[in-house]
Design a protein around this ligand. Structure first.
Ligand SMILES: Cc1cc2nc3c(=O)[nH]c(=O)nc-3n(C[C@H](O)[C@H](O)[C@H](O)COP(=O)(O)OP(=O)(O)OC[C@H]3O[C@@H](n4cnc5c(N)ncnc54)[C@H](O)[C@@H]3O)c2cc1C
Length: 285
């Protein structure tokens, strides 16, 4: 169970953010998060540092949320618990966080203009990110544990056609290596032999991420991976319960998207409480 702190979640772990609206200079995620928190507190929000452990949604509004601090009752609920990567870091991964270890091309790709990077992963996401990085970087090595890559033909053709992408198969990542910053990664090859590939940055797509929805105990409709399904009003399968941010079923997980969805959900929640506007679920339409 996650124990929220004053500044926790994915955003707090983003070493430098350069793509949030109104930013001029790259800024630590924690700093942006602190400003957002202060803004919410100034607007009258209360921040309770209590993990949600279970919910009672079956009787409709008002809803109950059971937390480490007791039972909380609310006329409407917004689930924004995010999606964290499972935590079994590689050797060197934590040491070089913010110093060359990356998880998101849209977030950190621009820092590697004209440099050499490794993309470690074997799914379509890793291939797409390698293609994006190939437009920015001098060279991209796409390194996969599998002996064959199984993404769609057109993606495979694009990867093969990119003259600055090299594909290394049958390589299992063992360690991120570096000194003051990342200098590459160490792999075990198909026969167990050691390879070190040099690079200025490593983009990891090896673990996936899991939505933080355990406390819901299946009360909301989710997709096959457990992300919460909503309609365009951010309403879930239970009227009056909304979801926003990384925990929601969707393609793009970025701070600006989470903030925008939070805005939509908050406005719709207000309508739900005051009885204005639609409250009926129209998922699937
Ligand atoms: C290393 C890294 C770099 C990134 N860089 C960028 C970037 O440059 N630009 C960008 O746009 N995006 C970036 N992202 C993605 C961005 O951080 C996420 O898209 C964004 O934080 C999602 O916001 P969220 O509120 O949905 O989830 P989160 O930020 O993960 O917040 C979820 C919150 O819910 C709390 N929580 C979870 N479970 C419970 C529970 N049971 N009870 C109570 N509280 C709970 C958590 O403690 C946390 O406070 C990055 C992500 C990572 C990991």
């Amino acid at each position: 169970m996650v124990s929220p702190t004053e500044l926790s979640g994915m955003m707090a772990t983003a070493p430098l953010v350069a793509n949030f609206p109104a930013q001029i200079e790259p800024t630590p995620g924690k700093q942006i998060l602190a400003m957002i928190r202060d803004q919410a507190l100034a607007a009258g929000a209360e921040h309770l540092l209590e993990p949600a452990e279970a919910v009672e949604f079956s009787n409709g509004s008002p809803f109950e949320v059971y937390t480490g601090g007791g039972t909380r009752i609310a006329r409407t609920i917004l689930v924004a618990t995010g999606a964290m990567a499972p935590s079994d870091p590689l050797p060197g991964e934590k040491e070089f966080a913010g110093l060359g270890v990356n998880y998101c091309t849209a977030c950190d790709g621009p820092f590697y203009q004209g440099l050499d990077v490794l993309v470690v992963g074997q799914d379509a996401e890793a291939a797409r990110e390698a293609l994006t990085l190939s437009q920015i970087c001098r060279s991209v090595a796409l390194v996969a544990k599998a002996k064959d890559l199984s993404f769609a033909d057109d993606l495979a053709e694009q990867v093969q056609a990119a003259d600055n992408i090299a594909v290394h198969l049958g390589m299992s990542i063992k360690e991120i290596v570096g000194e003051d910053a990342v200098t590459g990664a160490r792999f075990a090859g198909p026969g167990g032999e050691e390879h070190v590939l040099n690079a200025d940055g490593v983009f990891l797509y090896v673990r996936g991420r899991a939505p933080a929805t355990g406390f819901l105990h299946g009360t909301l409709q989710t997709d096959d991976e457990g992300f919460i399904i909503t309609d365009e009003s951010m309403q879930t399968s239970v009227p009056g319960v909304y979801a926003a941010g990384d925990v929601r079923s969707k393609q793009i997980r970025q701070m600006v998207v989470a903030a925008a969805e939070g805005c939509i959900a908050a406005l719709m929640a207000e309508r739900f409480i005051t009885g204005r506007g639609k409250v009926r679920s129209d998922r699937g339409r």
